[in-house]
Design a protein around this ligand. Structure first.
Ligand SMILES: [Zn+2]
Ligand SMILES: [Zn+2]
Length: 272
């Protein structure tokens, strides 16, 4: 094709913005079939998400048997009749949030997908994740009911470098699906994340302790907040955000993440 490439066509059609973006993407995928960004198989349908159905279908949902508070899988946990399923951390009341739930386990193709969302601003994928989380919230009914959606913020320095916040890319479409307001300015990260790529368990907790604050004058009085992030690892970030929201008067805080890391996650997507 010489100088004619997918990128060339995409650039040539770039003025077709906003409402026509879908038409532009469709034209590009018909003329130049793209490969799945995860497994590299050729995509057979025109979609705004450059990930094949195989890869999307490979994301592993969390099992049924989870801690009622933090959502940690507890499959091997022996349960006595009438006992509420609580993990050791939640038995001691470690977390400030009321509930935390995730769509799928942070492994395999989902790790790659989160990297695409996070470092390539793959907005259509954020929409797809938002839909999955909306389904989860609807299934949870009263337990996950909320009044407002708040994405976990980045420190302003990081946001400036990256140009966007990956949690926003999930929170906005989620809020739209649930018919709730999305309030990205409600929380701020006042303390930046340490530059180190890999953080130990203790460093994770200490790096987010007091790192978030509700914006002065913001109104969360008596509101039930859905706090949204891409990955939950130790729960330290959601916990620190929940503390700030509670201090600002939030009635309940429910943490909601696309992925749940069960072991040691890869550093690339783990880094905020
Ligand atoms: Zn694939
Ligand atoms: Zn728990």
């Amino acid at each position: 094709m010489g100088t004619f490439s997918r990128e060339w066509l995409s650039r040539w059609l770039a003025p077709l913005r906003s409402g026509l973006a879908e038409a532009r993407d469709a034209v590009v995928s018909i003329v130049f079939p793209a490969a799945c960004r995860i497994c590299e198989r050729l995509l057979t349908r025109a979609s705004r998400i450059p990930i094949c159905d195989n890869c999307l279908g490979s994301f592993a949902p969390l099992p049924e048997k989870i801690c009622v508070t933090c959502g940690r899988p507890l499959e091997a946990y022996p349960l006595r009749e009438g006992e509420v399923l609580l993990c050791p951390a939640c038995k001691t009341g470690q977390y400030e949030f009321d509930r935390a739930r995730s769509y799928a386990i942070y492994e395999g193709a989902l790790i790659r997908a989160i990297v695409l969302l996070k470092f390539e601003e793959m907005t259509p994928l954020g929409h797809w994740f938002g839909e999955r989380l909306a389904e989860l919230v609807r299934r949870g009914e009263e337990e996950l009911a909320a009044d407002v959606v708040v994405p976990v913020p980045l420190h302003r320095q990081r946001q400036r470098e990256r140009g966007y916040n990956q949690a926003d890319l999930i929170a906005r479409p989620l809020a739209r699906r649930l018919g709730l307001p999305c309030r990205p300015v409600l929380l701020v990260r006042t303390k930046p994340r340490p530059d180190k790529l890999h953080l130990s368990l203790e460093e994770r907790w200490s790096s987010v302790r007091g790192a978030f604050a509700a914006k002065p004058g913001s109104r969360v009085d008596n509101l039930r907040v859905l706090l949204v992030d891409d990955v939950m690892t130790t729960g330290a970030t959601l916990d620190a955000c929940a503390r700030a929201l509670r201090q600002a008067g939030a009635r309940t805080v429910i943490g909601l993440t696309v992925a749940r890391a069960l072991g040691n996650p890869l550093p690339a997507a783990d880094e905020r």
